[in-house]
Structure formats: structure tokens, C-alpha cells
Design a protein around this ligand. Sequence first.
Ligand SMILES: Cc1cc2nc3c(=O)[nH]c(=O)nc-3n(C[C@H](O)[C@H](O)[C@H](O)COP(=O)(O)O)c2cc1C
Length: 480
Amino acid sequence: MVQRRIPRYRDLAPLMNFKTPELNAKRRRLDGALTIWDLQKIAQRRTPRAAFDYTEGAAEAEISLKRARQAFEDIQFTPSILRDVSTVSTGWDVLGAPVSFPFGIAPTGFTRMMQTEGEVAGAGAAAAAGIPFSLSTMGTTSIEDVKAVNPNGRNWFQLYMWKDRDRSMALVDRAAKAGFDTLLVTVDVPVAGARLRDKRNGFSIPPQLTAGTVLNALPRPEWWINFLTTEPLAFASLDRWSGTVGELLDTMFDPTVTFEDLAWIKAQWPGKVVVKGVQNLDDARKLATMGIDGITLSNHGGRQLDRAPIPFHLLPDVAREVGSDMEVHLDTGIMSGADIVASIALGARFTMIGRAYLYGLMAGGREGVDRTISILSEQIIRTMRLLGVTSLEELTPAHVVQLERLVPRAVSPSAVAAAEPAAARPRARKAAAKVAADVTATVIETTTAKAAAPQNTAPKTPAAKTPTTRAPRTAPAAKV
Ligand SMILES: Cc1cc2nc3c(=O)[nH]c(=O)nc-3n(C[C@H](O)[C@H](O)[C@H](O)COP(=O)(O)O)c2cc1C
């Protein structure tokens, strides 16, 4: 029988630990975001649909982006136990200079449209965290203004080669003069990818006020107040433009750029050169022979070629083949610090975040970007500790298993033809026998005859397996 009594004050007092409520709504909102996915939800609530979709969307059916994120979800970590992980070091050198964490902010175009603070918020947050900030050719803040916000930190300039090469190189020259230390040459945009969301939304630059946009604006007044009461939205390095981003890319960008042009660009840049958008091993090898300082395995966040290779899956082979000649960086799909840790373990020297940064920006301007960085940093530190490592150097491929879903399998047509039909496999034979017992002897005869047919006796080879979309069932992680 339970004995009950009147609660005494001295028992209740320790339970009554009321916190002073956070009065600042933005702080409350951002503190409540525990993951990048949480920031994404806040961003969506606060940003007009066309601007959010421009950021969130990818090309065509958006398969590249989904797969890249899926590949990170399909990581299984292998931790080591009983290590002293009281202190963890998350920094090392990237392209010859230190970074506090192995990630930086990727170049994004038209950033002030997502939230009016734009690149200033990104560069300021990067400076405070000791990570590099990349400014896009399509940026909405000038090279000099970014430098002013991040005067002592690392700024990288991203180059799209235009048809007007003199003007492109004039920008490169300005970035060099402003002390940007790295040139990111983006090579995966010979033409614009098909961003169908933008077409469906009738999205254009600058955003147009239509009946639809006004209606959509009603629950998002802060974005519109910012938009209408701050510096007009424009590309900092380009003339004014009126049309979709795709039309702009196709009008301005040069689809004839080749490896020779890259060598020409490299010769004019005094700092480090990273080629962004590498998507196969042969290209990586070729770039290594050219003396390029680094490559970014990237499919542009899925915004260019749909069904493109998954950068995270390319990583182990590329790192093994060219990782000692030049740095291998990676982006596309990163939504967690654990994704970054896994990338480092599989051979990346550095990673970049596009949308994760923009979600923070849309959720709360500069403070929102700070929140993105703090979420990722905490996740990196926690993952490293739980893996039993205290520095990035200790991470090895042995820490990561890529579960089978989405891994490309080499299945030749002849292997498929030689594969055993389902009916001949031991399990199927058993099931067929069970059914046969209930039916007739004729059925048993047919099944046996099929099992004896020549094509069923072909030896099983790994290549003969049909591609699977399921994770291996034996994975210990599946048991948790
Ligand atoms: C809204 C948006 C604009 C982008 N603009 C550029 C750009 O101007 N130049 C560039 O090289 N990459 C650009 N990217 C690609 C990013 O640099 C990066 O490769 C990509 O966002 C990484 O994928 P993630 O968003 O999943 O992190 C853009 C990406 C987004 C989402």
C-alpha cells in the first residue's frame, strides 16, 4: 500500500527552478532551433514562397539533392571506446592557413533576397567563428564590403566565367587586391540547370509585386519591410537584370570554357585556386596534374545536372587517388555536423555549406547564421567525442560505413541475363514446395524442371546481384 503525505516546501523547492522567459522573440526562435532542419522550418515560415523556393529548390526532379542528403543519412559510424575525449580540437590548416572548423560558407547568389543582411551576415558570422566565407560572382554585396566585415578572416571569391572575359577578370583582380586568399572557380554551370520551382512560381529578379506575391507577403511582413526599406536588391558585380536566374546565367555565362581557360585563369591569381563542381575521378586526376590547389566535389547542391553523382560517394576514391596531390573538399547535402565528420573521415580536407547557412540567414539574419554555425560546431564536437577521437587527424575511413542504399552497383546486361530467377533461389524453392503441397503434383514438376534449366545453374557473382535500395540487414546499427 502506497503511503501518501502532504508535500513539504523543502521537497518542492529544488523542483521549482523557473527560468526567466526570453523576451527577445528572435533569440527565443533561434534558441528553439536544435538542428538545421529546425532552422529550415523557421526559414520557410518567414520567407516569401518564391524566395524560399529559389533557395530550397534544385534542378528538374531534385533527385541529386535528395540523394546527396540520403547518402549522409545512410552513414553508419564505428566508434572506439575508452578514449580520453575531455578535450577535442576541431581545427587544422586548409589551403595553407588555419580554420577553426572543417567547414566554410559556400558561395550563393542573390543572398540579400533571402534576408536583407545577406553576405554581410554570412561574412560576419564566419569571421566570428574563424571559418572561411565565400562570395559569389552573383553576390549582392561588393567584394570590398565583404572585406570590411571580415577584415582579418579568410575570404574566398567564387568565379563564374562570363562571355565578357575582361569583366570577369576585372572582378578577380578586385578580389585579389582586397586580399581574398582563394579563388573558387565554379565549373558545373556551362548552362543553367532547370529550376522548375522558379518557373512555376514565376520567380524573377528583382521579385515582382503581383497579386500572388502580395497575398503571400501578408504573413511575412518582416521580410517585406526589410526588402522595401533597405538598399535595393541588385547584383553587386553585375548590371541590373530583369528576368529569371536561369535566363541570366544563360545570357552571361560562357559555355565554351575548357581546361586551357582554367590554366589561364590560374596564372592570373596570386593565391590558392580551388575548382568547384568536380564530379568524376578522371577530371580530378587531370586537375591534379595542372597544379590546382584543391577541388570541391560538388553537384552545386543539386541545382545543375539532376541525377548527378553523389559527392559523398565519390569521395573515398577521389581522396585516395589525388588526395596527396591536392586538397579534396566537398559540398552538397550537408545538414549536420555528423555529415562533416564523416566527410573528413573519408578523406575530405574541408566541406562547405550552402542551404544550411541560408536557412540560418532566413531564420534570423546574422544571429541566425551564428546559430547555424553553433549547431554544426556542437554536432561536430559531440560526434568526434562519441567516436572516441580528439582531433580531425585521428578520423579515418574505418570510422564510417556507407550503408548500401544508393551505392552504384556495376551490373552489366550479361550479368543480369545470367542471374538466377527468383524461383530457383533456395528460399523461393522452399516457398514453392509449401504451396505445392497444398496444390497438385503437376505444379511440383514444373518448379523442379525450371530449377534444373541451364540458366539457373549460373554461378552467383557479386555483379549478378540486382541493385538494391535497402540497407544491409546485418548492420549492427539496424539493431538499436
Ligand atoms: C540559393 C543558392 C545559390 C547558389 N549560388 C551559387 C553561386 O552563385 N555560385 C556557386 O558556385 N554556387 C552556388 N550555389 C551552390 C553552393 O555554392 C553549394 O555548392 C551548394 O549550396 C551546396 O549544397 P547544399 O546547399 O546542400 O549545402 C548556390 C546554392 C544555393 C542554394
